[in-house]
Design a protein around this ligand. Structure first.
Ligand SMILES: CC(C)(COP(=O)(O)OP(=O)(O)OC[C@H]1O[C@@H](n2cnc3c(N)ncnc32)[C@H](O)[C@@H]1OP(=O)(O)O)[C@@H](O)C(=O)NCCC(=O)NCCS
Length: 279
């Protein structure tokens, strides 16, 4: 999936005109943290205040992406493409803008081809799912979502990390772990809860919204966890670690845990087989 995606992006870039006017410069803020607070307080009134999971529409992609940007502001993987030696001269404001841009593209692509859900006031938590058999590699999705812009928004090292290392690593790991079930799984691509909305059960609600369906369908769910604390959280919802992968181009490795949740009633032996094959 990811390899095709990288190839499509360069095709789109060569066809689309690059518009320097798209490069916005934002004023001053000195850290991601300050920007987060400003964004939180000015977020849209479109948001739902109730605690029911609902599907995010295309019209709301910016609000959903901003919520994810805040949730992932300090995430090592999110920063892996931005905190690069050839962008050392960038201000935190410029880095934050790129971080938000990336999440807007990805969120829009998931509104088009996947499932985007939210719960809580002000998009308290947001999940991006890719349903079985779907991906966002096609030309039209890359064009419409703006993903092609990564080709000029990321630095040379950012591109190497994203296109040559990260995407192939994720693609290969998913294929190796799921094998013939690769097209049969629900893929939790992103889940994030705004810092001020954590601990209210939102992530659990968003995950169970799909895992209940996956159970009915008899399908596995798949995710990559980018944080040492998270496997413990996902284990509570039935996921198990099956493999650990590493991003190695930075000053220190960034580790990701691959986790799979088998559908209810799935043979326990099969899970052990998958773990033995990949640990
Ligand atoms: C991981 C994250 C999505 C959890 O969101 P949340 O809405 O606070 O989680 P919930 O309130 O639904 O908690 C779910 C369960 O995990 C537990 N939990 C949540 N945060 C925890 C923590 N830091 N340490 C231990 N357990 C934790 C809760 O107690 C709860 O257990 P319970 O249902 O048995 O009571 C959120 O912390 C986050 O956005 N982190 C930053 C972004 C990120 O890492 N995303 C995931 C990338 S793989």
């Amino acid at each position: 999936m990811a390899k095709a995606f990288a190839a499509s992006i360069s095709i789109v870039e060569s066809k689309a005109a690059l518009n320097p006017a798209n490069r916005q410069v934002i004023d001053v803020p000195s850290s991601f943290r300050i920007l987060e607070q400003e964004c939180s307080s000015s977020s849209s009134s479109l948001a739902s205040a109730d605690d029911e999971v609902r599907v995010v529409s295309l019209a709301e992609y910016k609000e959903a992406a901003l919520s994810l940007a805040e949730a992932f502001a300090e995430d090592d993987v999110a920063r892996y493409f931005i905190d690069v030696p050839d962008r050392e001269h960038w201000t935190e404001a410029e880095k934050w803008k790129l971080h938000v841009d990336i999440l807007e593209y990805v969120t829009y692509a998931h509104c088009l081809k996947g499932l985007v859900t939210t719960v809580g006031a002000n998009y308290g938590a947001v999940a991006l799912w890719m349903p079985p058999g779907q991906n966002m590699d096609d030309f039209l999705t890359i064009l419409r979502s703006g993903m092609w812009r990564l080709n000029y928004k990321l630095s040379a090292e950012g591109k190497r990390r994203f296109f040559n290392e990260f995407l192939p690593l994720l693609h290969d790991a998913k294929q190796a772990v799921l094998g013939e079930r690769d097209d049969d799984a629900w893929y939790l691509v992103y889940i994030g809860t705004r810092p001020n909305s954590r601990g209210k059960g939102y992530a659990r609600k968003l995950i169970e919204h799909v895992t209940k369906r996956a159970d009915r369908e008899g399908r596995p769910c798949y995710l990559e966890s980018s944080n040492d604390v998270n496997p413990k959280i996902y284990r509570k919802m039935g996921f198990e670690e099956v493999r650990r992968i590493h991003l190695q181009r930075g000053p220190k490795n960034v580790d990701l845990d691959i986790m799979v949740r088998e559908p209810a009633g799935y043979e326990k032996n099969r899970i052990e087989e998958v773990k033995l094959a990949h640990l």
